[in-house]
Design a protein around this ligand. Structure first.
Ligand SMILES: [Zn+2]
Length: 442
């Protein structure tokens, strides 16, 4: 089946950042033609599905470089805490209580919210258990998904989540072999030591060996001052420097947050090609701080955006993250520190680059995967029509997304999930949450 997006304003995010009115022809999951497409350009013999883009803006599917689908059921259940208390008192007991059914309910709820809001690709950190359930949900729902099992083997971790390093690594290797590259590359594996304090040095170094051999890496770093002080006290180095010594900094690595780099650590990120996932709502919610993103961008560090998890946000709406990413640095770096056009890059081609997928997604260009969205800019909150980037970043919201396509497959049409049953997703989440909470003893 081929797909034709007809008569939209195409915000291509290509190298020239071209904006033009036109059509997009999709064939076998990839963008086949961008331009004005007439009858003669149609692929003979193939069935054609059409999305009418009249009045709409078409842009690349939005990318989130840091989320936790496993936490979606914990929404609004871990309010008003700083990171380490938030983890120890709420998130870890709840993650330990997840079973296959509640994990699946969490994943489907999160993915449905993401797709309806225009996010087509995520880098996700799973929990310690049930990682296959997350990949299975991503496979079935159609979202582009890079994920991996969270690694926690430090004696300071709660026994309910702590694993022996050799067991954690064996499971990681099994999962990576099972899921990397599946669904024609739509699913990929990222090794995910949770953060420096959750892992022994031996485990981190073993993951570092896998990174050196080409594996992808996803972790948290320097999110909170107390976390950074504990890393320095117990590991003897700054957080980023410590992760570098373990071999975790690379051009295939994504560090979430990086709010509190020590002297010289921004240089480490830049020199090693390590990407940063910026989560502005989460950084405010957990009182973590203001990440020096303008400084990272100026150094050429790849930066993507992420909503992080539902319990530290509390939605997965990437439009809110775009707006906050533009606003948050202003008191410290000035009003033009991260203007709307730069933020739009972080959510599209920049986010794709942060995940190493810039040749596959992130812009509307021939040959790339057909991950694209159509948004409706005609709401009163975006009138009168004016600056495109400012409209997208500061005015539009998840509800303004009309159609969503991943790999050429229409997943959202006219604001409705094409293949998923929204009522069932809502009911299952509502049924699983009280049971999960009581198993967690909260
Ligand atoms: Zn996180």
């Amino acid at each position: 089946m081929s797909l034709l997006v007809k008569n939209a304003l195409l915000i291509t995010m290509d190298a020239g950042r071209r904006v033009r009115r036109g059509d997009i022809l999709v064939d076998r999951g990839r963008i086949h033609r961008v331009g004005t497409i007439g009858r003669n350009d149609m692929l003979l013999g193939s069935r054609l599905s059409v999305l009418d883009g009249t009045g709409l803006w078409c842009l690349p599917g939005l990318v989130q470089a840091h989320v936790h689908l496993c936490q979606t059921l914990f929404r609004n259940a871990a309010e008003d805490l700083e990171l380490l208390d938030w983890l120890r008192r709420r998130i870890w007991p709840l993650e330990a209580a997840l079973d296959e059914e509640s994990m699946e309910a969490a994943a489907r709820l999160g993915i449905a919210e993401l797709l309806l809001g225009g996010t087509t690709c995520v880098l996700d950190m799973g929990s310690v258990r049930h990682t296959d359930v997350l990949f299975e949900a991503a496979r079935a729902t159609g979202i582009r998904y890079i994920g991996g099992k969270a690694l926690m083997d430090d004696p300071a971790c709660p026994p309910s989540l702590r694993e022996r390093a050799e067991d954690a690594l064996r499971d990681t290797d099994r999962l990576a072999a099972a899921w990397e590259g599946k669904e024609d590359g739509r699913l990929r594996y990222a090794h995910a030591p949770r953060f420096a304090l959750s892992c022994t040095d031996g485990l981190l170094r073993a993951v570092g060996e896998r990174v050196a051999a080409g594996a992808r890496l996803h972790t948290h770093a320097s999110e909170n001052r107390a976390e950074c002080e504990e890393v320095r006290r117990t590991r003897g180095l700054g957080n980023v420097a410590y992760l570098k010594r373990a071999g975790l900094c690379s051009a295939r690595s994504v560090f979430a947050h990086c709010v509190w780099p020590e002297e010289g650590e921004a240089e480490i990120l830049a020199e090693t090609g390590t990407a940063v996932a910026h989560c502005p709502s989460s950084n405010l919610k957990l009182a973590s701080g203001i990440a020096p993103i303008p400084d990272y961008v100026a150094r050429g560090i790849r930066v993507g955006l992420g909503a992080d998890g539902a319990p530290c946000n509390n939605t997965l709406d990437v439009f809110q993250e775009m707006r906050l990413a533009s606003l948050l640095p202003r008191p410290r770096f000035g009003p033009a520190a991260l203007p709307a056009d730069r933020v739009l890059e972080l959510a599209t081609i920049g986010g794709a680059a942060a995940l190493g997928l810039q040749d596959e997604i992130g812009s509307l260009e021939e040959g790339k995967r057909a991950d694209l969205i159509l948004v409706d800019p005609r709401g009163l909150h975006a009138q009168p029509p004016s600056d495109i980037a400012a409209t997208l970043v500061h005015c539009l919201r998840a509800d303004d997304v009309r159609h969503v396509v991943v790999d050429g497959r229409v997943l959202v049409r006219d604001r409705k999930l094409e293949e998923l049953d929204l009522a069932r997703i809502r009911d299952r989440a509502g049924a699983q949450w009280p049971r999960l909470r009581s198993r967690a003893g909260l």
